[in-house]
Design a protein. Structure first.
Length: 386
């Protein structure tokens, strides 16, 4: 089977890399037809300079003529996949894929409307840009033969919000690059037994993460042997800086950024890691990259309970602590529970039942199943018309 991965997809996102690698590990011939528009831009909403915005927009739009020309020269193939963020890619590709009689799979990953309007609240729902975003994504969903999301909860949102039929939507977890997030060495775990408890959070400072809740928990543990490490920056950096300035925390370390390949080392140094704690609807629909990464290392995890996380985890799993959103006290209770169970959670078997299904091969296998199903649907439609 020959697959064309086409467009301006962001290779800085693990989702894209895992999907491409997973397809290849499942023996599919993947041809990349790509323009690197997003290189070096981690949080697109934080591009604040108008000059930088104009330059980015120009680079984005000017990439399409060459991408289309390259696509038309590619050999015969079975499907075109549009990766994140492909809201414009899928609209540009639609007529040319139709011309070649090839179906389009759009790995939407997230909704721009949901992110900008509902979650981050950068503009109000009645704003003209909000309405344009909605129409844009509505049309993008109709240009694709199949829209892929990362959880069933997220897929249900797309079905309801953008009126997508059940037969035109699929679900594939984000997954994890297991070689970048190997199991934590057991010798490290044993050495840390008599040291202060190490708690790690990393991620973009956006409402979905619930960083205020984490800082609130840290402020209640000043007299306890707990060492907090926070890695990240973003939209809410100023708010968090003000919280820490008003109530300095001697046991909290804030690092604005570390290279992706060093994240596993920080996870290994920690005793337990934190996921997300925001109370937005989007926070209840997604499972962030770091949850998969933390699970891959066999490290205990605290994160908010939600419809989405229950698709992957449950409260009966050792080393997993699911808590209500925006609840600092619940985080502290989870830390106490972890302390009580700590000696039983040592070893390299933690989370193994989960992580064997979220490596690149497993993610690619899910995608292959969706491709096969889409091809069968296309054949059935052609036969019914004849």
């Amino acid at each position: 089977m020959r697959v064309i991965y086409w467009g301006t997809y962001d290779t800085g996102k693990p989702r894209t890399r895992i999907s491409i690698r997973g397809l290849r590990e499942n023996s599919l011939h993947v041809i990349e037809c790509h323009a690197d528009v997003w290189g070096g831009i981690e949080d697109k909403s934080q591009v604040s300079s108008w000059l930088k915005r104009f330059h980015l927009l120009f680079r984005w739009l000017s990439s399409y003529p060459l991408l289309v020309l390259r696509y038309l020269r590619l050999p015969k193939h079975d499907v075109v996949i549009i990766g994140y963020m492909g809201q414009l890619d899928v609209l540009v590709m639609w007529p040319f894929a139709k011309l070649r009689g090839v179906p389009i799979i759009w790995d939407a990953f997230l909704s721009l409307y949901s992110t900008v309007v509902e979650d981050r609240k950068l503009i109000g729902p009645k704003h003209v840009l909000a309405k344009l975003l909605f129409v844009w994504e509505y049309l993008s969903c109709r240009a694709a033969d199949l829209v892929v999301l990362d959880t069933q909860a997220h897929a249900d949102y797309f079905k309801q919000r953008f009126k997508i039929p059940e037969t035109r939507i699929g679900v594939v977890f984000v997954g994890v690059e297991t070689d970048a997030f190997p199991l934590r060495p057991q010798s490290v775990e044993m050495r840390k037994q008599n040291q202060p408890l190490g708690v790690l959070f990393y991620g973009q400072f956006i409402p979905l993460q619930g960083i205020e809740t984490i800082i609130g928990a840290a402020q209640r543990t000043e007299d306890q042997p707990i060492r907090w490490t926070i890695i990240g920056s973003g939209q809410e950096s100023s708010k968090i800086r003000d919280m820490i300035h008003r109530h300095p925390l001697s046991r909290l370390q804030w690092i604005p950024w570390v290279p992706y390949r060093e994240l596993a080392e920080w996870i290994h140094r920690s005793d337990i890691c934190l996921g997300i704690f925001g109370d937005s609807d989007k926070a209840s629909r997604v499972i962030p990259n770091k949850v998969f990464q933390i699970l891959s290392t066999g490290t205990p995890l605290i994160t908010r309970d939600s419809t989405a996380i229950r698709e992957l985890l449950d409260t009966e799993m050792p080393g997993v602590f699911l808590v209500p959103p925006t609840d600092s006290d619940a985080i502290l209770k989870a830390l106490n529970s972890f302390q009580e169970q700590r000696s039983k959670l040592l070893g390299n078997t933690l989370h193994r039942d989960v992580t064997k299904n979220i490596d690149p091969f497993s993610i690619g296998n899910k995608l292959v199943g969706l491709i096969n199903g889409l091809q069968k649907t296309c054949v059935d439609i052609l036969e019914s018309k004849s």
